[in-house]
Design a binder for this molecule. Structure first.
Ligand code: NIG
Ligand code: FE
Length: 419
């Protein structure tokens, strides 16, 4: 039985709650000054002020957090971190004015990652994935979602998902796997999108479901990729297999992805750069989480999603990196805080809620992680500074000093710089 108590946290930023926070609730971080957390066998068993908790605790390792803000581990609820190959030339092309969708129509984009992902062995995918996860951990990410969608055939989609499931067992970051066979139409099905959707429904979904490889099913619902009808058909099939659904919605062209997310009761709709007022209202009404990905808008030089409008209309907003080899090759959490607060009209309090409890809710993990509450996993981060406000004030810099996963220190900045 292992027991630990963190004491003297200048701010214990609990983000307390077991549900997504909507609208005005996103502003409230439930901070305890001079805070303490008791951890037993990896779980939080008490939260309060140091002076109240410390006297009653015996036989515990004491961790002094003086001068440090302590937060729940971040939840990066939208990434594509398992893939083969890289596409640096596309970044340069985009800087000369070629659009992401033009590159995709010409056979680049997602399809350009499909070939190296098909060619990679399971071990190669896992080795690259492991390295990327350890970088995420250094930014304070303790739970991450990862999508398939670079195989675009049954065996490679399964290989990507198996890689995530195996990595989940062997390193500290919790991984939630999402099946995204409908990420693009592969060359074998060029011009036959309906036939590809049928292939996914008949040949791939049943296999993913039989092997229990994914919690969610996602689709790139976009003009010239999968339209509303094709997306609906696929996601209804996924639901019939007991999977929860998500959508890449209204990213480049407004085609009604937000409305479809509300109609289907999706857990989240993601991107939403072009979401309509009506779509936003419907999502708020149905409790669909708006997962916003500011680094993608930045990298594509597209307008940012209307976070302020969404929160003011009562939506629950989550923030995530969208880490992938094409539209957004970064897993930088400090960049997300900077863009969300400087360009999207979010307060730092709302952005922290969006990276913690709302990220957890976007993965249906809000009962287990995303806040510092009794009964949850002791996934915690210690900052180098005494106030959470340093997260965007010290912009674009990683100020995470230590990360605890289920109570154990799994990242310590000082050790990284030791000889
Ligand atoms: O979320 N938009 C579609 N999918 C990813 C990009 C994937 C890629 O370019 O490899 C996204 O931006
Ligand atoms: Fe994405």
């Amino acid at each position: 039985m292992s027991k630990k108590i963190l004491i003297n946290a200048s701010q214990l930023v609990t983000c307390s709650g077991f549900d997504a926070k909507r609208g005005k609730e996103m502003q409230e971080l439930h901070i305890i000054e001079d805070g303490a957390v008791v951890i037993e066998n990896g779980f939080i068993t008490a939260v309060g002020k140091t002076k109240d908790l410390l006297p009653g605790v015996t036989d515990a390792e004491v961790v002094d957090c003086s001068g440090k803000a302590v937060l729940p581990g971040f939840v990066d609820s939208h990434t594509h971190f398992v893939f083969g190959g890289y596409r640096p030339e596309e970044f340069s092309w985009r800087l000369t004015g070629v659009s992401y969708m033009d590159i995709m129509q010409r056979g680049g984009g997602i399809n350009a990652t499909t070939f190296p992902t098909r060619a990679a062995t399971l071990d190669q995918l896992k080795d690259d994935g492991r390295r990327r996860l350890s970088s995420m951990l250094s930014f304070g990410v303790t739970t991450v979602e990862g999508k398939s969608g670079y195989g675009l055939d049954r065996d490679t989609e399964v290989k990507q998902l198996v890689a995530m499931n195996e990595l989940n067992e062997e390193q500290p970051v919790d991984i939630v796997a999402t099946f995204m066979g409908a990420h693009a139409v592969p060359p074998e099905f060029k011009g036959r999108t309906d036939a590809y959707v049928d292939y996914i429904i008949k040949e791939v979904l049943p296999e993913v479901s039989d092997q229990n490889l994914a919690d969610f099913c996602d689709v790139f619902c976009e003009a010239n990729v999968f339209d509303i009808e094709q997306s609906r058909k696929l996601l209804l099939a996924a639901k019939s297999f007991g999977m929860e659904v998500k959508l890449h919605a209204d990213e480049i062209v407004r085609i009604g992805g937000a409305e479809l997310a509300a109609e289907l009761g999706a857990v989240s709709a993601d991107h939403l750069l072009q979401a309509s007022d009506e779509g936003i209202e419907k999502m708020a009404g149905k409790g669909v989480i708006a997962t916003l990905l500011p680094a993608t808008a930045f990298s594509l030089k597209e307008p940012y999603a209307r976070a302020r409008d969404m929160i003011d209309r009562g939506c629950a907003v989550a923030l995530a990196t969208d880490f992938n080899p094409g539209s957004c090759f970064t897993n930088s959490i400090p960049l997300i805080f900077a863009l969300a607060t400087i360009y999207m009209g979010m307060t730092i309090e709302e952005a922290i809620t969006a990276m913690t409890i709302n990220g957890a809710a976007a993965l249906k993990r809000e009962a287990q992680v995303g806040s510092i509450d009794v009964g949850k996993k002791a996934d915690l981060i210690l900052l180098e500074y005494p106030k959470y406000q340093f997260l965007n004030y010290h912009f674009a810099v990683n100020i995470v000093e230590k990360v605890l996963k289920e109570g154990e220190v799994v990242y310590d900045k000082s050790r990284c710089f030791a000889e």
